[in-house]
Design a protein around this ligand. Structure first.
Ligand code: HEM
Length: 508
């Protein structure tokens, strides 16, 4: 009898194990093509982690616009048909849920254990402070910090009109990160005008140190997110996490000046929802990564493409100069221009150039957990069932942003791709049908980036200041577009593998 029980238990365990490894899963008649790969449980995890875009291209060629693949124990259904995107991102949360996957990820990479209200707290405070009137306040704060970082040692005189050389990715990421960080997380307090310069200097030093630690974490991030870090790097990641929890802690923020309403409100709302202080510290780290991880790299690509395409540089610079002139702002040493949110709304060409940059380099993968069987109709008319327990994923970089049927010559940077000659926005079509989702750098639906208007303002302020103050050029005019780091597909803006040298010189 005992032997019989043991045998049954072993058989049940074996069957359970095989089930978990995916051995019994079969494609049902109404389901998308299923591809489990050859390695049990892992499936295609290694191929996907190595180069998600290359892998998905191969799968699309093999299976078409919808397919389910096994990746590290999870079944992901990738949907490449842009006419289905709306149905997926707008589906009710009871069927396709964004939170399940996102909560797991933020726990793994930031140590933050999300509560139910986290998402609505983020979105409510972003609506208040990163859009509309709140955005005007944030734009001004960011402007002041850009000036603090970029223009503090400018003086007039010919001797200053010498070329200075720097690495473009590092330069852009560094300045945009620090200005955004100081605008959101606050500045060093000071009393009286005498101490102001001292406080400014402290802000410069502190934000620079923070940037250098942030970059260390940033480099580990893709492998941290896919649980692929070797032990040595894991220890380093733990050290960095603790460093950020401490530097960004709620207690330290109470000692700062000019902490944004965005940070203050979220901290307070979390506290009101019973989140303990140590967890609120971790939340602050998550917000730092979300807010600063993409804007700097995007600013790099935008300036790079403008320098690489002189006609684009001229058009955007002329537009910036015109807006400054028409708003009574002259660029003179010693009196930096005041750039307002209204001025940033008068730049259709710069908007198009930024959107074009994002089309080329923003590559998030949007993921929803399937909580109930959900049917999905493709533009071909075929209907599929997404299976409960699976995940559904979109990779708009491949399916729309670089799709030659939607954007002719997709690898080319065309600064005016998104704007008509009269300044209005262009429409985009596939197979003669107008598309709603033709560029998705910010995601879509419930999980759309709540900081997108602030991000846009931040990058545009930076470009305004760079173009109005400096002549800019690549050190090597024939510089090739640097290859991208393919381990970062899915996480936002891509990074270049190598940096690019550029030089800048005061214009006046
Ligand atoms: C060029 C810059 C940026 C890009 C390309 C970008 C893109 C994205 C994307 C694709 C997502 C996730 C969407 C999803 O998973 O479905 C996201 C989430 C988020 N972004 Fe941004 N973002 C940028 C800048 C910013 C800035 C400046 C802020 C804040 C000041 C910000 C705050 C956030 C937050 C808080 C989330 C998480 C939202 C949530 O959990 O619901 N982002 N962003």
């Amino acid at each position: 009898m005992a032997l019989w029980v043991i045998l049954c238990t072993l058989a049940a365990l074996l069957l359970g194990g095989l089930y978990l490894l995916g051995m019994f899963r079969r494609q049902r008649p109404d389901e998308p093509p299923l591809d489990k790969g050859t390695i049990p449980w892992l499936g295609y995890a290694l191929d996907f982690r190595k180069d998600s875009s290359g892998f998905l291209k191969r799968m699309q060629r093999k299976h078409g616009d919808i397919f389910t693949v096994l990746i590290g124990g999870y079944y992901f259904t990738f949907v490449m048909d842009p006419f289905c995107f709306g149905a997926i991102v707008k589906e009710s949360r009871s069927k396709l849920d964004f939170r399940t996957f996102a909560s797991k990820l933020v726990l793994q990479v930031f140590g933050y254990k999300a509560i139910k209200a986290s998402h609505s707290i983020i979105h409510a405070s972003s609506m208040k402070h990163l859009m509309g009137d709140g955005l005007a306040v944030m734009t001004q704060a960011t402007m002041e910090n850009f000036q603090k970082l970029m223009l503090f040692n400018l003086s007039s005189g010919e001797e200053k009109r010498v070329w200075q050389e720097d690495s473009l990715f590092h330069y852009c990421y560094n300045i945009v990160f620090r200005a955004g960080y100081l605008a959101l997380y606050g500045t060093e307090p000071h009393q009286g005008a005498d101490n102001k310069e001292k406080a400014n200097e402290q802000d410069r030093v502190h934000s620079n140190q923070l940037f250098h630690e942030f970059r260390k974490y940033d480099r580990l991030f893709p492998r941290l997110a896919s649980a692929g870090l070797p032990p040595k790097d894991k220890i380093e990641a733990e050290r960095l996490k603790k460093f950020f929890w401490s530097v960004l802690s709620v207690k330290k923020s109470w000692q700062k000046d000019n902490v944004s309403g965005w940070i203050r409100d979220q901290e307070q709302l979390l506290a009101e929802n019973g989140v303990p202080e140590y967890m609120r510290d971790r939340f602050m780290f998550m917000l730092l990564w979300a807010s600063q991880g993409n804007a700097g790299p995007t600013a790099f690509w935008l300036l790079f493409y403008l320098m690489k395409h002189p006609e684009a540089m001229k058009a955007v610079r002329d537009e910036v100069d015109k807006v400054l002139r028409e708003n009574g702002q002259e660029t003179k040493p010693g009196s930096p221009p005041v750039i307002t949110r209204d001025m940033l709304n008068q730049t259709p060409l710069l908007d198009s150039a930024l959107e074009e940059t994002l089309r080329l380099v923003a590559a998030p993968i949007l993921i929803r957990a399937v909580l109930q069987d959900t049917s999905l109709k493709m533009s071909s008319g075929t209907e599929y069932t997404l299976r409960t327990g699976d995940r559904v994923a979109l990779f708009p970089h491949m399916s729309v942003q670089m799709n030659p049927e939607i954007h002719p010559e997709p690898h080319k940077f065309k600064y005016n791709r998104f704007v008509n000659p009269d300044g209005t926005r262009k429409d985009f079509y596939k197979n003669g049908k107008r598309l709603k989702y033709f560029n998705m750098p910010w995601g879509a639906g419930v999980s759309i980036c709540p900081g997108r208007f602030f991000a846009t303002a931040e990058i545009k302020l930076f470009v305004f200041l760079m173009l109005s103050h400096y002549d800019l050029e690549l050190v090597n005019r024939e510089e090739e577009i640097p290859p991208i780091d393919i381990s970062r597909w899915g996480f936002g803006t891509m990074h270049p593998v190598n940096d690019v040298q550029f030089r800048y010189r005061l214009r006046f």
